[in-house]
Design a binder for this molecule. Structure first.
Ligand SMILES: Cc1cc2nc3c(=O)[nH]c(=O)nc-3n(C[C@H](O)[C@H](O)[C@H](O)COP(=O)(O)OP(=O)(O)OC[C@H]3O[C@@H](n4cnc5c(N)ncnc54)[C@H](O)[C@@H]3O)c2cc1C
Length: 424
């Protein structure tokens, strides 16, 4: 008869936690998963607008280049669990995948629930119990983690993988609990900040255009020194507080320091037309509608909500007749069409961010094993760590790669084969 050992505990049933639990269980560890929600993968369910952009079909180098924060720390884990490995992992679990624009990988079904179901069934097949429990703190004896205190009592264990996620979208269960638990055993928490987040502006015209979505515009972001830190084409949205939409979320990940820097968004409303071509087009509209008011003339060139804002910013009365428009006024309009500026006050709160930047300081975690350098038997994975990436499936790639690394080494620790970690 085999001796019954205390289990290896995984705290958090998100992407990283489920990958860690599956990896460890496949290596023979007796694993238990603690998840505060009644079901695992609640955040996964809303990823990729419910379609789950599960990874990016690219090389490890390309993936690392899409991680602005602490990509070097991820080199080992990402080299051992590459985007290709992740695709293979889900294909083997019976989820056919497809590659879309920007190498984004999705389930062929377009259902994030297929990814969650596949992970959940694999946990079941491996006989990993999922207990609905909220972990509150880690129990440590002489620098070794021996259990987890939950809302209902203490669970003893041999090894803990902490995968409680960041602090974004707290309604999914990721409320930042892991930061406190890690800090409790001596980890430094780099201040959690929002990334991939809508942007606030003081400009009143944003509110006036609330609900206006602009497709195929080019967004350029400049910092205080005027340096271009982001430029791309896509869709953005005006809201009551400022700017949102896919282009703006992506841009926000490049704005790394809202406290010290000042950012300005410049929107090219007509990227398909260079300035001389757009000017010729304006002249044509003005000539053909010489006796019409300017707001009527602009209807051919801009969406309804934008027209009063363009005219006000160009200091042109709406009732000005086209034939009365001065060369200078036309130049101001042209400038607005090509460089519609919006000054940015800061990001929306972390709760509205797609990912959390900041978290457990990575120099306190072994990059190969994800083992804590502060407490023996503790492993960390996923968004809880101070890593974050651009959009495109890279954030989940981080969760899968670090989850697998943590699962492998925690299983070795559990079975007594691991290299004993010496706490700092
Ligand atoms: C709207 C949205 C869309 C996104 N789309 C994409 C996308 O398409 N592609 C992509 O790559 N990334 C996407 N992301 C980011 C991605 O979802 C996260 O980076 C990823 O889920 C992080 O995985 P994780 O396992 O570290 O954390 P999470 O997925 O947040 O999982 C953490 C889990 O831990 C549980 N937990 C927390 N505290 C406790 C506790 N005390 N006790 C027990 N359990 C606890 C939580 O309930 C949760 O289930 C998106 C994020 C959002 C919000």
């Amino acid at each position: 008869m085999t001796e019954r050992k205390e289990p290896l505990l995984v705290v958090g049933g998100g992407a990283a936690g489920m990958m860690a639990a599956i990896t460890a269980a496949r290596q023979g560890a007796q694993v238990e998963l603690l998840e505060r929600n009644p079901k695992v993968g609640r955040k996964l369910y809303i990823t990729g607008k419910g379609r789950c952009n599960v990874t990016n079909h690219c090389t490890v180098e390309e993936a690392l280049a899409s991680i602005p924060r602490n990509s070097r720390f991820l080199y080992s884990a990402m080299s051992r669990t590459t985007p290709e490995d992740v695709e293979g992992f889900f294909t083997k679990l019976g989820v056919p995948l497809k590659v879309e624009r920007g190498n984004r990988v999705f389930p062929q079904s377009d259902h994030a629930s297929d990814i969650i179901d596949a992970l959940f069934h694999e946990l079941r097949r491996l006989k990993v119990p999922v207990r609905q429990e909220r972990a509150l703190s880690l129990c440590c004896e002489e620098g070794v983690v021996t259990g987890v205190q939950t809302e209902t009592g203490r669970v003893f264990c041999k090894g803990v993988i902490l995968a409680t996620g960041g602090a974004s979208y707290p309604g999914t269960g990721s409320t930042g609990d892991g930061y406190e638990m890690a800090a409790q055993v001596g980890h430094t928490i780099v201040e959690p900040r929002p990334s991939l987040v809508p942007l606030e502006s003081e400009e009143e015209f944003c509110g006036a255009m609330q609900g206006l979505a602009l497709k195929n515009v080019v967004l350029t972001v400049r910092n205080r020194k005027g340096k271009i830190i982001y430029r791309d084409q896509g869709e953005l949205l005006f809201t009551h507080f400022g700017l949102s939409g896919p282009l703006v979320l992506s841009a926000s990940a490049h704005m790394r320091d809202f406290q010290k820097d000042q950012y300005t968004c410049l929107i090219d409303l007509k990227p398909a037309l260079d300035e001389p071509t757009l000017d010729a087009r304006l002249v044509r509209e003005l000539t053909e509608n010489a006796n019409r008011n300017m707001d009527h003339v602009l209807a051919a060139l801009a969406p309804r909500l934008l027209i009063p804002v363009l005219l006000a910013r160009a200091e042109i009365p709406a009732e000005r007749k086209a034939h009365d428009l001065t060369r200078e006024e036309r130049r101001r309009l042209l400038e607005l069409f090509k460089r519609f500026s919006v000054s940015i006050r800061g990001p929306r709160p972390i709760a509205e961010a797609i990912v959390t930047s900041g978290g457990v300081k990575v120099s306190e975690v072994d990059p190969k094993t994800m083992a804590s350098k502060k407490a023996e038997g503790l492993y960390l994975a996923g968004e809880l760590l101070d890593v974050d990436a651009y959009t495109g499936g890279f954030n989940l790639q981080i969760a899968w790669a670090t989850g697998r690394a943590a699962g492998e080494s925690a299983a070795a620790f559990w079975s007594g084969q691991g290299q004993e970690q010496v706490p700092e």
